[in-house]
Design a protein around this ligand. Structure first.
Ligand SMILES: CCCCCCCC/C=C\CCCCCCCCCC(=O)SCCNC(=O)CCNC(=O)[C@H](O)C(C)(C)COP(=O)(O)OP(=O)(O)OC[C@H]1O[C@@H](n2cnc3c(N)ncnc32)[C@H](O)[C@@H]1OP(=O)(O)O
Ligand SMILES: Cc1cc2nc3c(=O)[nH]c(=O)nc-3n(C[C@H](O)[C@H](O)[C@H](O)COP(=O)(O)OP(=O)(O)OC[C@H]3O[C@@H](n4cnc5c(N)ncnc54)[C@H](O)[C@@H]3O)c2cc1C
Length: 664
């Protein structure tokens, strides 16, 4: 029935103030109000309809994306939305587009690597969308290994220009979003060559297409790289291929904040670390962590609401069957994902703070926290995107057969999300960067240099190598200090074991290669510790609202004890806890699931997602799933006619043939 809230009994069970939790989730009252207003604006505008997306072919899908992007831009101007509001609007449209790369990478690359003059020239054009940009780093033959890029930018002192060239097939730019069909400009990464000398990879602003007729400029071959995983999903994006044939650009289009080339062709390195050329990646990895909490929370919201609606088995004397959410196995799969969504939200908030802090320091020429910022953004990007991709797929399974329907919203969410494990740095490659940082920190422990930031715990080396957990009963695992010490000891001992093993090899590089699987595990342990510790830190803040803090404490314990249970091999083999303590953790976890159960629906309501944004029949706010699934099925283009196209051509002759054979 329309207008009935089938999940009302669930909502009435909540033991906390959902409206206050919405504010905690959004980050502040103001952020909540902006997000809520913009989400409703998008949901109520038929121009942003998306329910037909999965049935469109690539060309229609792409054109539709362009239409939405243009309409969104018109609304942004008409409504005079500020930067934050415009960003929210683009995200609620929920359709990856060239604008993501324009605002998300092209603009930040110029801001981070351009000189003041370059910013003054290019940013106003980009802000008004008089030019549209992409970020073109990856090549057909080189993605992870940025230093291996082949595109060249050779300085010609005669004309005061750089000549951009793709010397081989493998040097073609390959993958940049927005490049395929739309970008007029790109920040292009190429090896800088002056006077025959290779100075490594630098960024250049290059115009790719005419601003009049959109045709590629002379010397440029550009196109789309083809269909990607999933039907609609990421195919709204024009990922591109680009080949340069001696394309000339003025010298002042090299991004010159980190290093410069003078009129005479002299290469000058500023007094800043060369790694700042990688700064845009640090920025984007930080945003990807917050986006992980958004993607995971969407999937969890769908799976939780549907699990409360869906009933299987357990009917006695005609009573309703059991809601599948009441099965302990369903809870043990679903509630850790719910807790992870909250955990990633808070670590994302913290990472944003860390990024802003490092940016301020860089402006003051303090580069000391750059390695920490790189390790944290790389590691947390890896940890949260892997967990989110796996989590979305788990949510699909939690919804049984109906989860496999596009109308559940889950297949598309998975297809659009899963490349996050690869883009902006392959997750394993990034964990190896964290491992390098950890090995460096461990190797410096004896030198008197105290570890800082998220590795500060390693400063308590002696204690962490010796400590034994004092857990005696299940509820001891609810004490934050007990949990924190177990995670610190596990992470530290895994790093120390790797460091010791590295010394057995003839060179550190050989050891690093040979032990890379162990190093990745040590890096994961360190990153999980960061997430747990930031959740615990969040709980030390003043959190208003009836029962809100208590629910978050429960979720924090679920997150930590779920990880401890999943990785108990690490905790046991490093001797941080005993088998008895491991089983007490599991006992406590079971009890926590029972505490989450009555609040589960309210905890996902706190994400404040509109039905438009969720795009899921199973995750509808009102829980009215079956009639809507039935309605949705009839909308499929295959049901436009009773007898399908092709029947008379292929099936009927076959049937007739069978009849004849049967008569024989
Ligand atoms: C239902 C439908 C719903 C739809 C909706 C929505 C869901 C949302 C989905 C989609 C939204 C759209 C968003 C799409 C965005 C996609 C964007 C993708 C863009 C890209 O992928 S751009 C390309 C990114 N490429 C990479 O990340 C490459 C990875 N490789 C590297 O970063 C580096 O090469 C390396 C780090 C792996 C190694 O570099 P190298 O120079 O060889 O360095 P080393 O020798 O190892 O180290 C040198 C030294 O430098 C330090 N260092 C390395 N990197 C950095 C850094 N970034 N910052 C600071 N320092 C760095 C390193 O630690 C070493 O230090 P040391 O010498 O040890 O002290
Ligand atoms: C949807 C999407 C959008 C993208 N958008 C952009 C964009 O806008 N701009 C842009 O420039 N790029 C973009 N990319 C490219 C992306 O950044 C790269 O694909 C990514 O950095 C991974 O690099 P790769 O493809 O070279 O993988 P590879 O490095 O070839 O990885 C292949 C395998 O090798 C392993 N491997 C590689 N190196 C090591 C090592 N040292 N040790 C152990 N294992 C290793 C990896 O773990 C992986 O399993 C995009 C990619 C995708 C999928």
């Amino acid at each position: 029935m329309e207008g009935v809230d089938y999940l009302a009994p669930e909502r009435n069970n909540a033991q906390f103030d959902v409206d206050e939790m919405k504010i905690v989730w959004a980050g502040s009252r103001e952020a909540f109000e902006v997000s809520d207003r913009i989400a409703r604006l998008v949901a109520s505008d038929p121009n942003f309809r998306k329910d037909d997306r999965t049935t469109l072919g690539r060309k229609e899908l792409f054109k539709n994306t362009l239409r939405k992007a243009a309409y969104a831009w018109k609304r942004i101007i008409e409504l005079r939305l500020n930067e934050e509001e415009a960003k929210r609007l683009r995200s609620f449209i929920d359709q990856p587009a060239f604008t993501d790369l324009h605002w998300g990478m092209f603009v930040p690359a110029i801001k981070g690597q351009g000189t003041d003059e370059q910013q003054e020239k290019w940013l106003p054009l980009a802000y008004k969308m008089q030019i549209i940009g992409c970020y073109a780093q990856t090549e057909l033959g080189h993605g992870s290994n940025v230093q291996g890029l082949e595109t060249t930018a050779t300085f010609d002192p005669q004309t005061d220009e750089f000549v951009i060239h793709s010397p081989t097939l493998t040097s073609c730019k390959w993958w940049p979003g927005g490049l395929g069909k739309i970008s007029t400009h790109g920040v292009i990464y190429a090896r800088l060559i002056t006077d025959g000398k290779d100075h490594g990879v630098h960024g250049f602003i290059v115009q790719l297409r005419s601003l009049d007729d959109h045709l590629p400029l002379p010397g440029i071959t550009v196109g789309d790289i083809g269909m990607k995983f999933g039907n609609a999903a990421y195919n709204t994006m024009d990922n591109g291929v680009l080949r340069f044939d001696h394309v000339r650009i003025p010298r002042n289009q090299m991004l010159m904040r980190v290093s410069q080339v003078t009129r005479e062709g002299k290469y000058v390195q500023s007094n800043v670390p060369r790694q700042l050329v990688y700064g845009t990646m640090v920025f984007v990895r930080q945003t990807i962590v917050s986006d992980a909490s958004t993607a995971l929370s969407r999937a969890v919201c769908i799976a939780t609401r549907y699990s409360a609606v869906r009933r299987q088995f357990g009917s006695h004397n005609g009573s309703p069957e059991t809601q599948v959410i009441n099965y302990k196995t369903q809870q043990a799969r679903l509630f850790p994902l719910l807790a992870s969504a909250y955990a990633f939200r808070f670590v994302g908030e913290w990472l944003k703070w860390l990024y802003m802090d490092v940016t301020k320091r860089l402006e003051a020429k303090d580069f000391s926290t750059l390695p920490e910022a790189h390790a944290c953004t790389a590691g947390l990007k890896s940890l949260t995107t892997s967990a989110t991709a796996d989590g979305i797929e788990e949510c699909r399974k939690l919804c049984g057969g109906h989860g496999y329907l596009c109308s559940s919203g889950l297949p598309e969410l998975f297809a659009v999300y899963v490349p996050a494990c690869t883009y902006e740095g392959d997750n394993i490659v990034l964990l190896l960067q964290v491992a390098r940082h950890l090995m460096k920190t461990v190797s410096q422990l004896g030198s008197g240099k105290m570890p800082v930031g998220t590795t500060a715990y390693m400063g308590r080396a002696e204690h962490l190598m010796q400590c034994r957990s004092d857990v005696k009963q299940a509820k001891d695992w609810l004490r934050p200090n007990v949990v924190l010490e177990a995670f610190e000891a596990r992470a530290f001992r895994m790093s120390v074991a790797c460091a010791k093993n590295l010394t057995k090899f003839s060179s550190p590089e050989e050891g690093f290669q040979e032990l890379s699987a162990d190093l990745v595990e040590a890096a994961v342990a360190h990153c999980q510790l960061i997430v747990v510790s930031k959740f615990i830190e969040k709980l030390q803040q003043d959190i208003p609202g009836k029962g809100v803090k208590q629910q978050l404490e429960i979720l924090c314990s679920v997150y930590a004890l779920f990880l401890l249970h999943k990785h108990h091999g690490d905790f046991l083999s490093t001797g941080c806890i005993t088998p008895t303590q491991a089983s007490l953790a599991n006992e406590q976890l079971r009890s926590l699931y029972s505490q989450v159960r009555p609040n589960a629906i309210a905890l996902v309501d706190a994400f404040n997602y509109t039905d438009h944004y969720l795009g899921s029949v199973l995750g509808r706010y009102d829980g009215n799933v079956y009639p809507k699934l039935y309605e949705e099925a009839w909308k499929d283009p295959l049901n436009d006619s009773v007898v399908p196209d092709g029947y008379h051509e292929y099936v009927r002759p076959m049937l007739k043939q069978q009849l004849r054979n049967a008569r024989l």
